[in-house]
Design a protein around this ligand. Structure first.
Ligand SMILES: [Zn+2]
Length: 459
């Protein structure tokens, strides 16, 4: 037998260890892992000398092309950025009303899923979708079953003062419905009334400078939301995943719920890197929700990654035209920041280089845990039989983040000027090289929609 590819001379990193070995790839799958002498002949050799070989990053929290109004991201550009950053699978969002702007009020969630799949025709990496439930109707609850059948096995609700926020009463009903399907519930947790009140006070006082933005969405508002959602999850037994945990107060609320075995949570790269002082230097560019916090919160997030309260690190990638960010008052700027292209090297730098966490932890938080949490058994692992999504990573090479090299449609980066050590040098998607030495080499459309399974969260 002659196999397609052998990756050789590298040091493999998995969720449980790291060791020098070789990987045989055939028909897009990992065929075997072991010494090259024991592996078959191959068509192509990928030399991984001085490189780590890791599963491709699975980013379960990505927003692409959600609404026409002010967003600049496209599937072609954002997934090209993902490929360059070593990200081989993303999970984006599908909306009732076709898109986030509710452009077609008659459209249901299945229409939203179809709309996003069409938008994604030029994807460079694989993608799945979460369904967003924002209409408080019985019909919404019925749409959960058909979405699960379409491979959308997780559902997001917003407890927020956005236009798509819903009440705790509806979250309760939705959790029961999602639990019946054995699917996963996600919630954006910030108490909307507290955020509204604080925002009005800051507006009345004329505090429009970006440095005041975090005070409009305080950590205790996030902790209140997290407490409500986790309590409702425990009562209904739904598998619950807390989105973008930013602070000690919220993580402390979630910690005791770990015993329930049905409560998990993530943080995002920017919360592990920046504190609120970034608003002094970057204005509204890092305006995200929840906001950047204190340095003590950054430390606490790493402690909660260590103890397992937080098990996934995602990006919450979102792209806006810069002109909408460069406005006088923070309340007029949109929420979101791009980071798919540099999330792995930036997080690797703070977690492994600065704080001494292991490479297997990095793989667990960015690859294996997100895949297992969201029903992607073919992803986030180097086990034989799974998709050959893997990356070569040079742990010793350094680079300085430069927004001018963004492959994303974003014209700025909240990491601009930051020098980090550790560079993804090659990205393989189902055995095919999609990015190599800073160039995207695959055709648009190489990425495919992944129908996700209902995940098993048993320990
Ligand atoms: Zn988000």
């Amino acid at each position: 037998m002659v196999v397609d590819t052998i990756v050789t001379n590298g040091e493999v990193v998995t969720a449980t260890g790291r060791y020098p070995t070789d990987i045989a790839i055939h028909n897009g799958k990992i065929l075997g892992v072991g010494d090259r002498e024991a592996l078959p002949e191959c068509e192509m050799v990928v030399d991984a000398s001085d490189q780590l070989v890791m599963p491709g990053v699975v980013d379960p929290h990505v927003h692409i092309d959600e609404a026409p109004e002010n967003r600049a991201g496209t599937y072609e550009a954002e997934t090209a950025a993902a490929a360059l950053g070593g990200v081989t699978t993303i999970v984006d969002f599908a909306f009732q009303g076709r898109d986030r702007a509710n452009s077609d009020p008659d459209a249901d969630l299945l229409d939203g899923i179809q709309h996003k799949r069409e938008k994604a025709a030029e994807a460079h990496v694989d993608f799945g979708l979460h369904g967003v439930l924002h209409r408080e109707t019985e019909d919404t609850l019925k749409q959960v079953t058909s979405a699960v059948d379409a491979g959308v096995t997780s559902f997001k609700l917003f407890m927020s003062n956005y236009r798509i926020g819903v009440s705790n009463g509806f979250i309760l009903k939705a959790f029961e419905r999602i639990a019946d399907e054995d699917a996963v519930a996600l919630v954006h947790t910030e108490d909307p009334a507290v955020c509204d009140t604080r925002t009005e006070q800051l507006q009345a006082a004329g505090r429009g400078d970006a440095v005041h933005y975090p005070d409009s969405r305080p950590d205790y508002a996030e902790a209140m939301g997290a407490a409500d959602a986790a309590r409702l999850a425990a009562e209904t037994g739904v598998k619950y995943y807390g989105m973008h945990t930013t602070c000690e107060a919220a993580a402390d609320v979630l910690e005791p719920f770990q015993d329930e075995c049905s409560v998990r949570a993530e943080t995002c790269v920017h919360y592990t890197v920046h504190d609120r002082s970034a608003y002094e230097t970057q204005g509204n560019l890092p305006k995200i929700a929840p906001p950047l916090r204190e340095m003590s919160d950054v430390d606490a997030l790493f402690e909660h990654l260590r103890n397992g309260t937080l098990s996934v690190v995602s990006t919450d990638h979102a792209v806006y035209h810069e002109e909408y960010k460069r406005v006088e008052n923070w309340w007029d700027a949109p929420l979101g920041a791009n980071s798919l292209q540099v999330s792995l090297p930036v997080f690797h730098d703070v977690a492994v280089n600065e704080r001494g966490f292991s490479y297997p932890s990095l793989v667990r938080w960015m690859c294996t845990n997100p895949a297992r949490t969201f029903g992607l058994p073919q992803k986030g692992t180097l086990e034989p039989g799974t998709d050959a999504d893997l990356i070569l990573f040079d742990p010793d090479a350094s680079f300085t983040v430069d927004a001018a090299t963004n492959r994303s449609n974003s014209t700025y980066s909240i990491y601009d000027g930051r020098t980090v050590t550790g560079v993804p040098t090659k990205t393989l998607l189902r055995g095919e090289v999609v990015a190599s030495d800073g160039e995207v080499v695959a055709e648009p459309g190489t990425g495919e929609f992944v129908e996700r399974l209902l995940p098993n969260w048993e320990p």
